[in-house]
Design a protein around this ligand. Structure first.
Ligand code: NIG
Length: 422
């Protein structure tokens, strides 16, 4: 008796992202058989009928087009209140003001902290759901959401509880992974030392006790926190069982990539200014490099993270939207992919691995972002034939349909996703 398939995807150009690091592992003429919520079998088309019972299964004919794991967006700040201030700042930025200058004069992250404080839980949840839904339309079946816009321990806890509500409300369509980001900006009216103590003594123990997050992140920059401050808080988080991550070397070479390696961080993200020593240390320690190229574009920066050098050094790559109101107000992962290829100089296949398995590794999720027999049936059927086509047709949404746990949870309107004819 063969296991009865509930769904079969046929004639796929399949990227399992389940081989070597940074390798999308592409094969043509493949089928994927799903039983319930899991992948039961993957192999050449002609073998499917001898592996599973095909009668009664829903069939999706990929017609030679790309099929990948569901995307894993491992770096977002999508829970925030919006009072219009950041849109006005964007215009100022376009006119020549820098992100750091805006931050030093009370804008930036602190402006969003004020707008977030003014927003009710219901408002925050509603806008976060809209943003998560847009990410789903880009193929994202697993996403990370950071706190970081709270002006007190209580406010950070409120945000993390709202992320938990978001996770409940999108469950079945997307998995939401919460990360505490207490070191984002020193809240207005607080001394640095006072805030650091509140984080270590009050906030983190409650995050761990209530299981509100699986990770803890810190932003190292002259306008944010020092290496020493980040080390102190992240070591406290690690002692509580949280995995740690860093916003590293975004605006200058701060040495944060080296700190990430020193403390065993799961990922160091941004890396626009990472130096050779940082890259070597990350490779040695197996820290994932989170590329966030839409931030460079939207901050009018000129330094993109050196994805090619990172990959050549053997560092696993992740690629994410960095969806946030300041440096990357965009859910467009197609644009992120094209920028990663053009400006970070990774190959389209590497970018695809980074958007799937690399993101899952940054979040320490053993099963997400790869397709393997026995694994979750989270997958995307694309209108494009190859990763090159995705990168080439920049910013277009090529998603045809998205499956979560073997169920179709998003279908694109024709013909938007299917302009690849023949
Ligand atoms: O990753 N750099 C720090 N955090 C975000 C920006 C957040 C904001 O400006 O509101 C980032 O780019």
């Amino acid at each position: 008796m063969l296991p009865p398939a509930t769904l079969i995807v046929r004639r796929a150009t399949l990227a399992t992202c389940d081989g070597a690091v940074n390798d999308a592992a592409l094969r043509s003429g493949q089928a994927v058989a799903v039983v319930g919520g899991r992948v039961a079998w993957i192999g050449p088309d002609e073998g499917v009928a001898s592996a599973v019972e095909v009668a009664g299964a829903r069939e999706i004919d990929a017609a030679g087009r790309l099929v990948t794991p569901g995307l894993v967006d491992c770096h977002t700040h999508l829970l925030f209140g919006d009072d219009g201030a950041r849109a006005a700042e964007f215009a100022a930025l376009a006119g020549g003001r820098s992100y750091e200058e805006i931050s030093r004069t009370g804008g930036g992250i602190r402006a969003t902290m004020r707008a977030t404080r003014a927003a009710s839980d219901a408002e925050l949840l509603r806008s976060a759901r809209v943003r998560a839904r847009r990410l789903l339309s880009w193929g994202v079946t697993t996403l990370e959401v950071k706190s970081g816009y709270g002006e007190s321990a209580e406010e950070e806890l409120r945000l993390l509880r709202t992320v938990r509500e978001l996770a409940r409300s999108v469950s079945g369509e997307q998995d939401v992974i919460a990360t505490a980001l207490p070191l984002h900006a020193v809240p207005t009216g607080r001394s640095r030392e006072e805030w650091l103590r509140e984080v270590v003594e009050v906030l983190l123990p409650r995050v761990a006790a209530e299981r509100l997050a699986t990770g803890c992140d810190a932003f190292v920059a002259t306008t944010a926190f020092s290496l020493e401050e980040a080390r102190r808080v992240l070591l406290a988080a690690r002692a509580l069982g949280l995995h740690v991550r860093l916003h590293a070397d975004q605006l200058a070479a701060d040495g944060a990539a080296r700190l990430a390696a020193e403390i065993g961080a799961a990922s160091a993200d941004h890396l626009e200014h990472v130096d050779d020593a940082g890259i070597a240390e990350m490779a040695r320690a197996g820290v994932v490099a989170g590329l966030l190229p839409t931030s460079t574009l939207l901050l009018r920066g000129s330094s993109f993270a050196p994805g090619r050098r990172l990959a050549d050094a053997g560092v696993p790559l992740a690629l994410a939207s960095n969806l946030n109101p300041g440096s990357s107000m965009s859910e467009n992962l197609g644009l992120a992919l094209s920028l990663a290829v053009l400006q970070c100089r990774v190959t389209p296949g590497e970018a695809l691995w980074a958007l799937t398995r690399g993101g899952a590794r940054a979040l320490r999720l053993p099963e997400a972002g790869r397709l393997f027999a026995g694994g979750p049936a989270d997958l995307v059927v694309w209108g494009a034939r190859t990763p090159e086509h995705l990168a080439w047709h920049a910013g277009a949404n090529h998603v045809r349909c998205v499956l979560k746990g073997g169920r179709v949870v998003h279908e694109a309107d024709e013909p938007a996703a299917c302009d690849c004819v023949g």
